[in-house]
Design a protein around this ligand. Sequence first.
Ligand code: NAD
Length: 584
Amino acid sequence: MTLTGARERRVRTGGIELCVAELGDPARPTVVLVHGYPDSKEVWSEVAERLAGRFHVVLYDVRGHGRSTAPTPLRGGFTLEKLTDDFLAVLDAVSPGRPVHLVGHDWGSVQSWEFVTVERTEGRIASFTSMSGPSLDHFGHWIKQRVRRPTPRRVGQLLGQGAKSWYVYLLHTPALPELAWRGPLGSRWPKILRRIEKVPDGDYPTPSLRTDAAHGAWLYRDNVRSRLSRPRTDARAHAPVQLITPLGDAFLSERLYDELERWAPRLTRHTLPAKHWIPRTRPDQVATWISEFVTAVESGDPAPAANGRYAQRFAGLLVLVTGAGSGIGRATALAFAEAGARVVVVDRDAEGAARTAEQARSGGARSAWAETVDVSDERAMEKLAEKVAGEYGVVDVLVNNAGIGLSGSFFDTTTDDWRRVLDVNLWGVIHGCRLFGRRMAERGQGGHIVNVASAAAYQPSKALPAYSTSKAAVLMLSECLRAELAGRDIGVSAVCPGFVHTNITSTARFTGVDAAEEKRRQERTARLYGLRGYPPEKVADAILRAVVRNQAVVPVTPEARGARLMSRLAPKALRAIARLDPPL
Ligand code: NAD
């Protein structure tokens, strides 16, 4: 496997030869990617290709891995001190006069923590992005703290990480790991990566895997016990650090990084719902975060671009919200923008969309675009999907929120009324899921779809037959799609609000009455919803939380939660309520 367009050279250091590959223009800022265990530099190929247009990208095979030579003897040849010598030798070759941006995954990150915290690299590293690999020194202190002052929570954390580290103990046994890797484990590893880690098919891992894994066992043996038992007390990062934590990492607990600011005061955090091998499974996200961080540091401003409760999770993601010109959609678009996401604001009301996008930008959003589209118009939605994919990228979070209200008995509801409400409330959601969801699925890097249904989806009412039917369909569609997309790491949530104070009451249609009566009912409903006073911002918060927690069905407002409970425990009572006349 070769990296497309890479230039290769050999760098000699301490009796070994390192295989170094470079992509992109050497005049640009240099990003050095360090691979983990068991791996070679090719783990970075997808990320490197995405970065090469903007940066000078450098990758090297760690000693004993890939096409770099191994030290003899192996024992003692992999100490962090020697790995630091190698790193500096690579820097002297590829970027002698300018500090580099360091990125490490797994053991690449473990050793990079050493590079960024020792004195002899000061001035050579401009920034460090760490993924799934803690500093052994920080880890040592983390363990010591918990052993010295054990509370039930701390003991739980220790045991939790202890269980996740099972392979580390095995790697300390003599000869066994080498035998396993050169034998059955080596031949099964590609399948294990695909099945368990969901690493896509392709020419990764490289044929050097067995040797990489056998040699790399010395990374553990040469460093882990000694560092964990005597961690350095001065392991403070001398460059800004960006920490990317995959929340589904089978080997590392996120609790390890709880007090990281103590060691890395200039810290930016990101989390993503993924397993350990994110350079292979989430290259778009990883490349975007590296790119943004490097650019921010180069411009002298490494502070996190967004704050707020959800910034770690959504900063830099592309989010599309329909019906975002007003009410719940607007509040949702603004909440995502505040969390640092790039937002596409879609509404059939051009002015409303433009206002929301403007508000997002003036609130500090890095990118917010307004698009005028009727979600029920399939052709227009197709055009929108093409434009978004071409200009902004694949949507990471889709919120199908656009909807209209319709009230009136079944026999007062004309077929045109039915068509209109189903076209917007159901077909609008179907178009969104088909067009944006398909691209999400094809990209193969996860994502999330939120469909805004309603408590009316499970609470029958003689006053809302068409509206409730459309929302019940959205709820079931969401459940079915959730089942279908689960295997592709795409979550689907149905959010079901109760009464929320928005414009919907003033625009909802009332069938079977004349225009004057319709107006009176709209005004009266608007007053009632106003008195109820539940703000759309709270629904927006529930939507962001639904994505973070990957919740299936989310009733919002106490009455929506109550009705959901009744639909399960006391459906008869709910049916009795359905017969009541609405307060009009
Ligand atoms: P809203 O009227 O304030 O906002 C809806 C937005 O959707 C408007 O900006 C409107 O222009 C847009 N829209 C309507 N039809 C569209 C179409 N065909 N194409 C593109 N945009 C369109 O209403 P809201 O209360 O914020 O409603 C948002 C969603 O929440 C709807 O799906 C609604 O059914 C649902 N909901 C609302 C409540 C509530 O009490 N407000 C309760 C439950 C569910």
